[in-house]
Design a protein around this ligand. Structure first.
Ligand code: SF4
Length: 465
């Protein structure tokens, strides 16, 4: 087992490389998906998937889009409503989709990884949560194995002990709390007022119930945030000691996300302050015993993600960093993305289109992409960069029967520039990210992305910092 790789913050380099790019939860990214793939394509992909041949475990993502009120920073695909009848109608359609999709998969394939995201999954009344899990278990095979990863996103404003107890009874063993920032001024500016006591109550209840892992989501770069206020938030978070932390950089894209128009640009930290916030976050969390996993993720050294980082078993999929390698991913709910074998498919993004397709008895798929051989090769190299901070060129050559230097001659020229800036070290047969380069792993991965280049596309992606 190796030591966890370190990171180093170089302010001028971070500035220079602060540009938009994909987060590489998939390659190609969802921006490459196109309409025109039907249920026939899905059936073909499921049948041809290597996972189907050896009844490999499955991953599953369920999108539950409802929220009581809009947080102004939010870029999620959500439906803000107070009408429970809309939720009821959605869940009826979702239950139908579970049945439709279940018909494609052999029930021997255990669901090893399950994630309920949103929206606010706990917006669902308890009765509907139970019904949904029962329906999933009827058409797929849920497990109570210790090694399962069943996680759910929780809005602390709407979850009490009773909800947490129900989730544990339904099999969830991981929760993720949306915290963002504890400062009052920041909370008012983002329309998400949740006193620290509210979060602490949910956190303490979750610990007492025995969830094996608790994650906090935080955001830097929010309106009214200063290095001093965010340091205070981090101190309180560190005192609580969640197992995992995701600290995202706020991406202000009001042209794309309507709610963000409620945020005054003059209240946002300037680029220098954003850098200071990021640097202080990394310094503070690493000093407090958190290990930098990659991109915006940190975990305690006892967490399975750190063990996976150390022994080379870390992977990246639509659910972010994970210990589960190359599982077929079953997508359920509006806008949910799935992958089976070499096919990516995404459901309709609008509630109406989603429900209409289900009512017609169809899979609600709107678009997707078949992966080419070149996508597989590049995706593999990008996984190496994002998850191990290294690429073994000989391994890639053996796996795909290519001459790496010839296949990636242009990419290696680009890497030489990054090497001159101290982001990577190129040696015989190996690419290795430096401690400075690990904080800019997206930029290194972008050197291997065959789809980048258009300004229109970069306007839809978040910046590196
Ligand atoms: S941040 Fe979460 S709770 Fe807030 S609007 Fe977005 S999805 Fe809903």
């Amino acid at each position: 087992m190796m030591d966890s790789p370190s990171v180093a913050f170089d302010r001028s380099i971070m500035h220079r490389y602060d540009r938009a790019g994909p987060r590489y939860t998939s390659y190609p990214s969802a921006l490459q998906f196109r309409p025109g793939l039907d249920a026939g394509a899905y059936a073909e992909a499921v049948e041809a998937s290597p996972g189907a041949l050896d009844a490999a475990p499955l991953s599953m993502y369920v999108h539950l889009p409802f929220c009581f009120s809009p947080c102004f920073y939010c870029g999620c695909n959500k439906v803000v409503t107070r009408h429970l009848n809309r939720v009821d109608s959605y869940v009826r359609h979702l239950l139908q989709e579970v049945s439709y999709r279940g018909a494609y998969f052999n029930r021997n394939r255990v669901v090893q990884q399950l994630h309920f995201g949103g929206g606010t999954p706990t917006f669902l009344p308890k009765k509907l949560l139970v019904e949904l899990m029962q329906r999933i278990d009827r058409h797929f095979q849920l497990t109570d194995s210790e090694t399962r990863d069943y996680s759910i996103e929780i809005d602390p404003r709407g979850a009490d002990r009773g909800v947490l107890q129900l989730l544990a009874a339904l099999g969830f063993n991981r929760i993720s709390l949306g915290v963002q920032d504890f400062d009052d001024d920041v909370q008012r500016a983002i329309n998400r007022v949740q006193p620290i006591e509210t979060v602490a109550k949910v956190y303490d209840a979750a610990r007492a119930i025995g969830f094996s892992s608790i994650n906090f989501d935080l955001i830097y770069g929010l309106p009214n945030q200063t290095p001093a206020t965010f340091a205070a938030t981090l101190d309180r978070v560190i005192d609580m000691r969640p197992d995992r932390l995701a600290v995202y950089g706020y991406a202000h894209m009001p042209g794309r996300f309507k709610a963000q128009r409620m945020i005054r640009e003059t209240d946002l930290p300037d680029p220098e302050t954003r850098l200071t916030l990021l640097q202080a976050t990394i310094d503070k969390l690493c000093a407090a015993g958190y290990v930098y996993i990659g991109l915006d993720h940190f975990a305690l050294s006892t967490d399975s993600l750190v063990r996976a980082l150390d022994d080379g078993g870390l992977h990246r999929n639509f659910q972010g960093y994970t210990t589960h390698a190359n599982r077929d991913l079953v997508n359920l709910g509006m806008s949910a993305i799935g992958q089976v074998g070499s096919l990516y498919m995404q459901n309709h993004r609008s509630l109406n289109d989603y429900e209409k397709a289900i009512a017609l008895g169809e899979l609600p798929s709107a678009r997707g992409a078949w992966m080419s051989r070149d996508d597989f090769i590049r995706g593999d190299v990008i996984q190496g960069i994002m998850c191990r901070g290294a690429v073994d060129m000989t391994e890639i050559e053996d796996r795909y029967q290519i001459d790496f230097s010839r296949y990636f001659s242009k990419e290696l020229l680009r890497l030489r520039l990054l090497s001159a800036d101290g982001l990577v070290v190129l040696s015989a047969g190996h690419i290795k990210l430096t401690p400075v380069g690990r904080l800019l792993m997206r930029n290194v991965a972008m050197s291997f992305d065959a789809y980048l280049g258009g300004e229109a596309r970069s306007a839809q992606m978040s910046r590196a910092i």
